[in-house]
Design a protein around this ligand. Sequence first.
Ligand SMILES: [Zn+2]
Length: 429
Amino acid sequence: MKIKFFNAKIMVHPNAPVIEGEVCVSDGRIVSVSDTPSPDFSAEKSVDCGGNLLMSGFCNAHSHAAMSLFRGVADDLPLDKWLFDRIFPMEDHLTQDDVYWGSMLQIAEFVKNGITCMADMYFYPETVYEAAKNANLCIALCGGANSYSTYDVVKFTEEMYSKYSTMSDRVRYFPGLHAEYTSEEKLIAAVADFAAESGAPTYIHLSETLKEVGECTVRHGGLTPPQYLHKLGFFDNGGLAAHCTYADKDDIALLKQCGVTPVINGGSNLKLASGVAPVCAMLSAGIKPALGTDGSASNNATSFFREMYLYSCLQKETMKDASVVSAEQALSAATEDGYAALGFEGGRLEAGRLADMVLIDLSQPYMRPLSNVRKNIVYSADSSSVLMTIAGGKIVYDRGNYFIGEPLDKIYSECEGRTKRLLREAGFH
Ligand SMILES: [Zn+2]
């Protein structure tokens, strides 16, 4: 469909001047961004943006969408107790339909929050893909096997990779593993071998807690998780690593050398008391981190406004320097750097790019005056600032209305019932 979004302020990317004009979209891509009218563009639909701000949609580079089912039932616990005592027992009873409805709940939240691109690690990736497709989101499906997986991990990885690598410009598959601490060496080596043969970048949770790093160094002759995985060839084609909370100077140099993008999950790390990732050291090393929300059982919101705020302000506090990690750097991590790390052609409002956009409400008191709209978005705005979300040229959220393939009340009733059942089956009620 050909749509013209006019009467907009436009942030082409976080370091470009904001212009006033229109964005023309056709077949899921941006055709033109202009401060003058485009009379030659025959739009089938015209959207008056009302002087509000059009910018790239957000890229959530680390999620477990269906974990929305566990929101509010595994809180106020340290990571190991949270995972082994609460989450794993419930996940033992998850069905494919549970994953579909849990993913749909999270995707509703994503579009309300302006998220147009997601990297998801979870069970039944084909089902997560179907849910994301309902809302036309860009999705990177990430392998998340571990040594307890009951299927043939390499065969499954091969099947998923060949199915999703050439399907469309809105889906990719990353061979991956849950984490070093849940994977035996032969499993890591097998996934690394597949990555070497296919040329695929990989995905994993990495150095999330001090305990994880300490236990890895004891198990593997002093090697930290990134050093150990590198030794096995896991990062030979680069990829993404969620958290990297305890990456030290040598680890950061190694991640840079291997082309691995850390995905920072400030909200999740803070709530699980896991620590604060060394973002300043990463930026100094020339790394451009991406942002993620992690799952709803650990964060529990998927607000990119909160993640951008934490990405910037946790560094200011940690470094005792208010000048570090600017609003513009937070916006880049939340948009263009995430899209680039995942290999999707979105993240900026430029001709030829994916038409993944969000319309930000500038009429609210907390967004005025408009002295610097970038600072307002990172330091003042929240999810209520999202008026409209456009994924691949399709309006999927518009002022409280959801166009995501399933009605919201059906999603809610399915999820309420399924969570009750999972709690019962896990023996918690
Ligand atoms: Zn995670």
